[in-house]
Design a protein around this ligand. Sequence first.
Ligand code: ZN
Length: 60
Amino acid sequence: MDLTPRFRRPDEEEDEVRRCALDGCDAPLPHVPNRENENRYCTPQHRQQARRSRRSANHN
Ligand SMILES: [Zn+2]
């Protein structure tokens, strides 16, 4: 039996899901109400990784 309701709220489209800002990682970010702007990576590890790769890849 499949009783799962299938309605979608218009303000909850998939585009609204924030994803990890690290290249190659598109893990959805957890919802952190007060930190949505500063938390752009799924984990602190990825945050550091992104920082490092940005520094090393400095050919713009
Ligand atoms: Zn990530």
